[in-house]
Design a protein around this ligand. Sequence first.
Ligand code: FES
Length: 149
Amino acid sequence: MDDAFDELQKMIDEDMRRIYSEVTINHAMNPRNVGSLKDADGWARYTGPCGDTMSMWIKMSGDILKEVRFSTDGCGTSAACGSMTTELAKGRKWSEALEISDVDVLRELGGLPEDDQHCALLAATTLKLAISDHLNRRREPWKKYYERR
Ligand code: FES
């Protein structure tokens, strides 16, 4: 039974490696920066056209994104994209992080099959919305006392 299971697992792994890059598999299996941030300076939740949702939290140090975290109820590819997006954004100025696009995420992951590419857009869009939330809070700091997450 164990041998059959190991053989099946090997076949699944080989299939996955034919479709996804090592970087994508690594980020999907060991996603970085997962979870929420207490007292975040910016937050967003976004549902993509596929129906999957991603949330992202950012903590600022001046203009720099000091910490970025995410969670998703989406596919393994969305976890890889959220993971890569948070890694790309961390340590950057908000104005630079705002420029991170799905194309950047796809490039850093080593590409994704066409059917999975929208997962990168989900992650990049959620980051933009979290930064935008932060900028709104800067303009109207009193609003944080009324927010509901
Ligand atoms: Fe919906 Fe990947 S985010 S399928």
